[in-house]
Design a protein around this ligand. Structure first.
Ligand code: NAP
Length: 386
């Protein structure tokens, strides 16, 4: 038992706790834990972490329904095989203090709010998927390519809450994709956006939507989703003003639907830009977009965060969503919009870039910036892509 998650004295030499990027050298993997390990997103975390070059998943937790059993005894619903090492791990109750310093959360929102705060108070760095803390003024709502500077909120978060650990969130799945696209268009100042989503069934968790409702049907309502797209995007694109985020002024009108697709959220977007841009300008902005994860060569960072498609029948969920490890955003059908100026189609993997993969990338940035008191050093330089 580790007891309360304490600070380790072996931080990399020269590491700044407040955001300096430090060169780290090779060392053993960093032990990580996972809250909500048994759910739909939790299983994607398990899959991604099983082969992660920096992290080693050693601690799992879920509800009392699962606690006390070996992970491999519980249903596994992904086509990728479950690793033997993880299958033998016990599933714990949500018990702060016993887990490693870095903990991912794929908890249901009904329990995530209180539990994640408790873990942060006990010294854990919680990297969460859940919605509960996303809009807290001192919690970063992070997409590493878009707003890495928002990590500066952590200092205020720890001071205000008296936490030794911290809490970092990733956005709602549909929001990640819209925010990435609008971030690429920042040079042309996006002013107004209309977006309609066609969201996959896996986004509703397991067992999710009843088959009777989902089959050959479109469900025109997803509770809370439209508000998240509209508000979270403004926070993500917002500017850091001292220790506060000033929300971006872009006005977003969202309509969200659930469609009988297994994985992959499609979004039909129209955007008004304050600065004139040609089709070539916009395509170049999408294709050339990149950020800190690409500069640092973080292991989960796609080399090219936004992939543009020229064929008029792409991107398609079935054909494109799994490419590039599910971490890239796909954009196609860019054309003039008679109402707002430009329109296009987006596609992203809701369980990877929209959930587990997003959180893993967030954690990689925390390590790269030496924000946590990582007990191990990892070789970032060796992962850097030219
Ligand atoms: P899910 O399949 O329903 O899994 C929920 C997880 O939370 C399970 O591990 C479950 O454990 C655990 N849990 C539920 N109630 C609990 C309780 N009272 N105490 C302790 N643990 C409890 O949901 P999901 O789709 O994986 O989503 C997980 C989180 O990620 C949610 O907050 C969701 O909003 C967010 N998210 C999902 C997506 C997506 O595309 N699916 C995208 C972004 C964010 P048991 O198995 O033991 O019940």
């Amino acid at each position: 038992m580790r007891g309360d998650c304490g600070r380790d004295a072996s931080v990399a030499a020269g590491a700044s706790r407040r955001g300096g990027i430090v060169p780290l050298r090779a060392g053993p993997k960093i032990e990580v834990g996972l809250l909500g390990a048994t759910g739909a997103v939790g299983q994607h975390f398990v899959r991604l972490l099983a082969e992660h070059p920096w992290f080693r998943l050693t601690w799992l937790a879920a509800s009392d329904r699962s606690a006390g059993r070996r992970y491999g005894e519980l249903p596994w619903r992904l086509p990728a095989p479950l690793s033997d090492e993880i299958g033998t791990l016990p599933v714990h109750a949500l018990d702060a203090g016993n887990a490693p310093e870095l903990v991912f959360s794929a908890l249901d929102a009904c329990v995530a709010g209180e539990c994640e705060a408790e873990f942060a108070a006990r010294g854990h760095w919680v990297v969460s998927n859940a919605r509960n803390h996303r809009m807290d003024p001192c919690v970063p709502l992070l997409i590493p390519e878009v707003n890495p500077e928002h990590l500066a909120l952590i200092e205020r978060q720890q001071e205000e809450n008296g936490w030794r650990g911290a809490l970092v969130t990733n956005p709602n799945c549909s929001t990640v994709f819209l925010a990435l696209a609008l971030a690429a268009l920042r040079p042309f100042f996006p002013r107004r956006v209309a977006v309609t989503t066609l969201q996959a069934l896996s986004g509703a968790g397991y067992p999710g939507v009843a088959s009777h409702d989902a089959t050959a049907n479109v469900i025109p309502f997803i509770e809370g989703e439209e508000e998240k797209l509209e508000r979270e995007t403004q926070k993500i694109l917002g500017s850091l003003d001292g220790s506060e985020i000033a929300p971006h002024g872009v006005v977003i009108s969202a309509q969200t639907t659930r469609v009988p697709v297994l994985d992959g959220h499609t979004e039909a977007v129209s955007v008004e830009l304050a600065e004139a841009a040609s089709r070539e300008d916009i395509l170049a902005a999408f294709a050339g977009f990149s950020g800190e994860p690409q500069e640092l060569g973080l292991p989960s960072a796609p080399t090219q965060p936004i992939v543009t498609h020229e064929r008029s029948d792409r991107p398609q969920a079935r054909l494109d969503v799994e490419s590039r490890g599910g971490m890239a955003l796909h954009v196609g059908r860019l054309r003039p919009c008679p109402v707002l100026g430009w329109k296009f189609i987006l596609l992203g993997h809701n369980m990877v870039r929209g959930a587990a993969g997003a959180a893993v990338l967030n954690a990689e940035l925390l390590v790269a910036r030496a924000l946590m008191n990582c007990p191990r050093e990892v070789d970032i330089a060796a992962n850097a892509r030219s």
